[in-house]
Write a protein that binds this ligand. Structure first.
Ligand code: ADP
Length: 484
């Protein structure tokens, strides 16, 4: 990766002290999705290394939990500052391995740092409670304690902020962690861990596993009794598998899984604002986010105006290498992402959908795809049922406001939903009726370290971010003192 300010720090990502021992002899390659170039060759770690890392975490955890909240907070603060100091390098690594535009990568790194800042502060506010007892001779109270060693698995679409969002509350709570980043994007995680070591986490508190696939590491994290909790972000399919693997030990899980976000434009919406919001919610990260708008519903009387303005803007979304100036969206993560979007388009067209723009690959190298808008979409098409995870916006015309909410809710998922409207009564009624963990009202972007992120139904369990995110990593203990 060219032009790093601190090549020394990041030059040895394959030899991090945090890796856990022994380091295996197998290796795997990390590719730049924009060019196919090999960026790094990393040790491919498996069950043995995972077990070693868990053992280290298990030994280190009580000492970490035994520090004062302020001491833990100080280390998180130092890590936060180091990430800010190295934001440019981290963003460059992120763009190189994942493809997103450099400006977006920088904003993701700031977002990652914001989680560390938030939980450095929150570490000091882990309060218990006292309960008025039903008899005079006893006192009742609740204390909060760290859950223990936490195993975490993160995805490739936000390789820096997912790492921070998962492990900063765990560390603030007094847990030790073992993290396996996605095989496509392990480098920025490695760089963040290198900075964590500089920040001064005691040996064994943060442990990184590089692996070319998740199954073996995942099974060990789920079945090893020294791990008390699994925190996972990724597909619903893998989330289900991990939950099953955790069931033997009733191991706690936090899961942040797939979505099928509806984006609804009602007839009383500000159409220009809705168009801008839809561009954000659909095309940010090339549509590769679990909160990406997956189905756009537009009310009949404003449908044509919305489509015309939207298509015009989509035509101006520029696609290219993440390091090129002025690029809005980069390549898709891999060839599978490309073929999925193509199969969704083919299915929609075969069932009567109309292509309004895009719908083709760009160039021969890389995995670039033109931002695409489809109209005449109906609920029987794959685009309306499944998460596309790409720059494809299918638009469904609707007539009845109650019906659209029923259709929006007719999915196994319940992560994010968006709607644009101005009538106050409608805003409240629709916000309350949508069965989603997060609802964006007149905005296409809502993720923040200060807010609880997570889903209902099969989109997950638990929330990340805000004070609620800390609860995922704390056990509640009731103390009853008698004979007083
Ligand atoms: P995506 O489709 O976004 O790649 P995945 O759920 O497959 O979503 O991947 C998210 C993370 O889960 C990655 O770190 C990946 O390595 C890991 N993973 C994939 N399969 C398994 C598995 N069977 N057990 C544990 N982790 C897995």
């Amino acid at each position: 990766i060219r032009h790093l300010k601190s090549p020394d720090l990041f030059g040895a990502l394959d030899r991090l002290p945090a890796l856990g021992t022994p380091v295996s002899e197998r290796t795997f390659e990390v590719l730049n999705p924009s060019s196919g170039e090999v960026l790094a060759v990393l040790p491919d770690m498996g069950v043995e290394e995972t077990r070693a890392a868990i053992d280290k975490a298990y030994v280190a955890q009580p000492g970490w939990a035994g520090l004062t909240a302020r001491e833990r907070s100080d280390v998180l603060w130092r890590w936060h500052e180091l990430i800010i100091d190295h934001a440019g390098d981290l963003a460059a690594i992120l763009t190189a391995e994942m493809g997103k535009p450099f400006a977006e990568a920088k904003s993701e790194v700031s977002h990652a740092a914001a989680y560390l800042q938030w939980y450095a502060e929150e570490a000091n506010r882990i309060y218990g409670e006292t309960i008025p007892a039903p008899s005079t001779d006893r006192r009742m109270l609740v204390i909060k304690q760290p859950i223990g060693v936490v195993g975490t698995i993160t995805p490739w679409n936000f390789p820096a902020s997912m790492v921070a969002r998962k492990i900063s509350p765990a560390l603030a709570a007094g847990c030790a962690i073992v993290l396996k980043p996605a095989e496509q994007t392990p480098l920025v995680a490695g760089a963040m861990f290198a900075l964590a070591h500089q920040a001064g986490f005691p040996d064994g508190v943060v442990n990184l596993i590089y692996a070319s696939e998740g199954a073996g590491v995942g099974r060990e994290l789920c079945s090893n009794p020294k791990v008390r909790k699994i925190s996972f972000t990724g597909s619903t399919e893998v989330g289900r598998l991990l939950m099953r693997q955790c069931s033997d030990q009733i191991k706690k899980v936090s899961l942040e899984l797939g979505g099928n976000a509806p984006f609804i434009v009602f007839d009383d919406a500000d159409i220009d604002a809705a168009v801008d919001g839809a561009i954000q919610a659909k095309f940010r990260n090339a549509g590769q986010t679990c909160v990406s708008a997956n189905r756009l519903y537009v009310q009949s009387s404003v449908h044509d105006e919305f489509v015309e303005k939207f298509v015009e803007k989509v035509r101006h979304v520029s696609v290219g290498d993440g390091f090129a100036p002025g690029v809005d969206i980069g390549p898709l993560i891999d060839i599978h992402a490309l073929t999925k979007i193509e199969s969704h388009i083919a299915d929609a067209v075969a069932k009567g959908g109309t292509i309004r723009c895009g719908a083709e690959r760009i160039g021969k190298d890389g995995t670039f795809f033109k931002p695409t808008v489809l109209t005449d979409i109906s609920s029987i098409m794959a685009v309306a049922q499944e998460e596309t995870f790409g720059p494809l916006a299918p638009i469904i015309r609707f007539h009845d406001a109650d019906q659209v909410v029923r259709e929006a809710n007719d999915t196994i998922y319940g992560l994010a939903a968006y709607f644009y409207a101005s009538n106050l009564k409608r805003v409240w009624r629709v916000a309350e009726a949508l069965e989603y963990g997060m609802v964006g009202i007149n905005t296409g972007r809502m993720s923040s370290e200060a807010a609880p992120f997570g889903g209902m139904k099969q989109s997950g369990i638990g929330r990340e971010g805000s004070r609620h995110g800390l609860e995922n990593y704390l056990e509640m203990k009731y103390l009853c003192m008698g004979g007083i």
